[in-house]
Design a binder for this molecule. Sequence first.
Ligand SMILES: Nc1ncnc2c1ncn2[C@@H]1O[C@H](COP(=O)(O)OP(=O)(O)OP(=O)(O)O)[C@@H](O)[C@H]1O
Ligand SMILES: [Mg+2]
Length: 662
Amino acid sequence: MKKSLISSIQSQLVIYFAIATFVPAAIATLVGMKLIYDQVITRAEMKTLSDLNTAREIYRNKINQIENITRLTAARSLIIDALIRRDRAFLQKELSKVLLRENLDVLTLVDERGVVVSRGRNAAAFDDSLSDDPFVQHVRKARRPVMGTDIVSGEFLVKESTELAAQAFMEITPTPKSKQRIDKTEHAGMMLRAAIPLFDEQSEFCGVLLGGVLLNRNFEIVDKINQIVHEGEVYKGRGTGTATIFQDDLRISTNVKNEDGSRAISTLVSEEVYDAVLSRGTRWLGDAFVVNASYIAAYEPIRGIDGRIIGMLYVGILKQPFNDIMWNTFAVFGGVAFGGIVLTVIVAVFQARRISRPLKVLEGVARQIAEGDYGHEVTLQAPDEIEHLAKSINQMAKKLEIEKQELEDWGATLEKRVQERSDELQKIHSQLFRSEKLASLGKLAAGVAHEINNPLTGILTNSSLLLEDMVADDSRRDDVDIIVKETIRCREIVKRLLDFARQTKPQKKLTNVNTLVENIVLLVRNQASFRNVEIYKHLDPNLPDIFADTDQIQQVFINIILNAAEAMTSGGTLTITSTHSTRDQSIVVTFADSGPGIPEERRERIFDPFYTTKEHGTGLGLSISYGIVEQHGGTISVESCVGKGSMFTVQLPAGSTEAGGE
Ligand SMILES: Nc1ncnc2c1ncn2[C@@H]1O[C@H](COP(=O)(O)OP(=O)(O)OP(=O)(O)O)[C@@H](O)[C@H]1O
Ligand SMILES: [Mg+2]
């Protein structure tokens, strides 16, 4: 319980804090990276497109340059004159000079019919017809210059020179993603060409000068593109910018390098790019894996002078730097997020301790309270809520302590009350028991007394007569005298029995108990048994009259007083007190003697009929008194201390009506 409470608060706080930090941090990192990466890539793609435009311009410039050279050469009158004159030697010399100087691959002059007059490169080859050549056809037809890119056949190149043909020849290296090609070799070449018409003095069309530069294995343009666009930048040993010229789908000029450092020519473009650019004639922009690295690549078609797609121009930016930017960003973001999580966990652990430590203290106090130990006051430094909790626990403990005390007190009182009540009940019970016993004994005694009374009267009458009849010196006279005396005694007993049994309804009238006591004292004082007894009276002068049977009450008092005297044969004091209790509307008369007292075990029985400790006692005195007082609605009780004396208390209801009497 203890462990789980604390550890769960701590671990839960830590876990929730960590989740609360990790989730946003992870989302922020991923979203942030995605945004940054997208931005960077978009920029890179835009740059690639602008690079492609630049590349196209460089490509066009080259064509223009060829056109310029060709045009300037064609415009020279010496050339025109030599053509007209068919001065091959001059032409060849001049054309060859220009070709070498201007770095052209082809500079060939044909006449107005398309027949070769002179080749700047190959002096031996002439008189063949180039009338099928589209550039020648175009100029002959339009009489206007034409320039652009063209695919020239192997034969065309051989005619110009075997080196040129060899430069163009390629054994195709298949690549996994490229379209299948039937040919395994390529003899044709791709050429930047210009064709300029020549006119004589009469402005008659007299021939065409054809200038050209073969692109195959010619790296001037791609290197220039790389130089201008990427300034030759190198990233991790690899050029960041690449440019390639495709003849149809074949790489013929590129600065993409193979692993061995050689230029990656003679390979084929991927089928995807082929379909988009060569088949559909659209630009293609995207990621491309070129030879051995990923590039953000842009391709556009190169068209011939008739508008047909004959090749492609490609530029690409190495993707690695952008990927590295992304991974660096990720590392930074991730590092910050991780740092944040670590910080959060530390804060959470600290915070959890701050909460769980006082909770632990409170738990301990709560356990002590549960074990009944209320004496501990909690004082702690903790967050407000926990301090309030501690205060509440302190208050609770105090209240519990007070209530426990009250409960204990109440328990003690209850015990006392229960004792009092059970004493009272016991008393009532024994009174009831006694009353019942008295009632049944009364009936028995009445019957016996009645039966005995008549024979006794007979015995007494006859024995008295017999005694009268006897002469004075008759020897039997003493015996008869005893019969008479004992019979009188028996009759006395019977009389008392009848008194006891009589239980007649009291003839009540207003009676002054003080007066009654005074009379009784006067009556008994001179009797022999009171010779050594001092009688004291403490009578309440304001004692109210009671409604009672005077004779019966007098009999009760006499019984008690006689008993006292009989108990004090060798002298003593008898103190009679009367008091008035307004609280329960009664009068109380007590008779305290200085006799030997009544031992505990006897005290119980003295109100029982026939219980006596005296040789000639009947044991009826107190039981008769008990019956009378009970019939008056009062009580009679005794307190006694062995060796000091006894005190009988008679309590009778006060009042001038019978209300409290029955
Ligand atoms: N004041 C007293 N001091 C000591 N013992 C007493 C006192 N009053 C009564 N007793 C005891 O109670 C007994 C019962 O008294 P009770 O008056 O009923 O009968 P008794 O006095 O013995 O006989 P009887 O009244 O017929 O002469 C007595 O025998 C006596 O032992
Ligand atoms: Mg008596």
